[in-house]
Design a protein around this ligand. Structure first.
Ligand code: HEM
Length: 223
């Protein structure tokens, strides 16, 4: 979702989009060893240019949707194979229904409502493209990312420039990558619902992470 949000944001090719992508890819570029090649891969060269726009469009409407489709297919398949997890107290006493067509049709109601709301919002509050990107203009003062990236932005702003002789920003970015990796492996580590103590540890960690994101987002907004 974050990749979708990041790649889609460049597509209007306005001033904000241009600088958001410039800053965002620069952040990727500071990571040791892989950073520089990643930056060139994302930008399609050394700078954010028309080549970046073409590339991001390709990521946004082809590569990412295809990747997401594969993951969603695996997810639906696993749900079909293993069934949904049900809390113990409901184990023998819950309503079952067929995935197709019963569940799908019920699910569809939600989707149609959501698309209706989205279409209504787009019609009532049309969003203009804004000022066209100008690669030679200075970055707008006080530029901030969208709300979903704000907590990371705010964290990087608060980290000291140097920590134990290392670049603070690099350490911050590495820390985010490590946390993302940890989040990815939680389902493989936290496997026993019976282990109440372990469950408590994971719930507490998840709660703390959410709290951190909410607080940093608010701090990012108001400062
Ligand atoms: C989770 C899925 C997705 C997310 C989070 C997402 C996010 C975004 C964002 C943030 C923008 C920038 C909008 C703006 O500032 O004007 C955008 C633009 C765009 N997205 Fe997506 N997107 C998603 C899926 C898709 C898919 C599946 C397609 C098409 C196959 C698509 C096509 C486009 C196009 C054509 C634009 C440019 C339109 C414009 O800027 O007005 N997006 N997207």
């Amino acid at each position: 979702m974050i990749c979708f949000g990041f790649s889609g944001y460049l597509l209007p090719w306005n001033k904000l989009a241009f600088f958001a992508t410039k800053v965002g890819t620069e952040i990727a570029g500071v990571v040791p060893v892989v950073g520089r090649p990643a930056l060139r891969f994302l930008r399609g060269g050394d700078d954010v240019t028309g080549a970046t726009l073409t590339r991001f469009f390709g990521f946004h409407v082809a590569v990412l949707p295809a990747t997401a489709t594969v993951f969603i297919a695996i997810h639906v398949l696993l749900v079909q194979l293993h069934g949904m997890h049900v809390p113990h107290k409901y184990e023998n006493n819950y309503r079952r229904m067929k995935f197709f067509p019963n569940f799908i049709l019920r699910d569809l109601i939600g989707w149609i409502l959501a698309i209706g709301v989205l279409a209504a919002l787009a019609a009532l509050f049309p969003w203009e493209l804004g000022e066209k990107a100008d690669a030679f203009a200075p970055a707008p003062a006080g530029i901030k990312p969208e709300w979903y990236f704000l907590f990371m932005f705010q964290t990087l702003k608060l980290i000291p420039a140097k920590i134990l002789g290392m670049d603070g920003e690099v350490l911050g970015i590495m820390a985010f990558n490590i946390v993302a990796l940890l989040l990815f492996i939680v389902p493989f580590v936290d496997r026993s619902p019976e282990n109440r103590r372990r469950r408590l540890v994971f719930n507490a960690l998840g709660g703390l992470a959410l709290l951190y994101i909410v607080v940093m987002t608010i701090v990012g907004y108001v400062t």
